[in-house]
Design a protein around this ligand. Structure first.
Ligand code: DQA
Length: 144
């Protein structure tokens, strides 16, 4: 019952980076909050961050190879650019939940297209750090 939580570029700077958009919570704090929620739901999470697109592709493949229950994926800006991530999500049977702190659809037009969303089983966006918790609960409730 393991859930892989993948975070893409610039999310290591969460808490410092454009706090008016993304809030003041750090990625470590989200990881702590998510771990607490996961254990209450009898799930285990493995939280990771990388600034490298190919690393996210490798980790998606790993999720399938290791029989993870699901992946929560905040691909950052690669969401809007990466056909490689779209293909990787399609290449695995592990369900992927697209996660965003902000609501990209209400921001600049270049954020309106989501390659990740084209293949994701579910999208949770616009709830700040809570987006991760809502996504985890959707997995626990069998929604994906
Ligand atoms: C984001 C939204 C993306 O458009 C942006 O590039 C990010 C963060 C979010 O969580 O709101 O890096 O994925």
């Amino acid at each position: 019952n393991r859930v892989l939580v993948l975070n893409g570029p610039n999310l290591n700077l969460l808490g410092l980076r454009e706090p008016e958009i993304y809030g003041s919570v750090t990625l470590d704090e989200i990881a702590g909050m998510l771990e607490d929620r996961a254990s209450a739901l009898s799930l285990e999470i493995d939280m990771r961050q990388t600034n490298h697109e190919g690393m996210l592709v490798d980790w998606l493949h790993e999720a399938q190879a290791e029989g993870m229950r699901a992946v929560l994926l905040n691909a950052g800006a690669y969401t809007h650019t990466s056909i490689a991530l779209l293909d990787a999500i399609k290449a695995i049977r592990t369900p992927v939940v697209e996660v965003h702190l902000s609501d990209p659809k209400s921001r600049e037009p270049f954020r309106h297209l989501s390659y990740v969303g084209m293949a994701a089983a579910l999208t949770v966006e616009g709830h700040g750090a809570d987006s991760y918790r809502i996504a985890l609960e959707a997995v626990a409730e069998g929604k994906v």
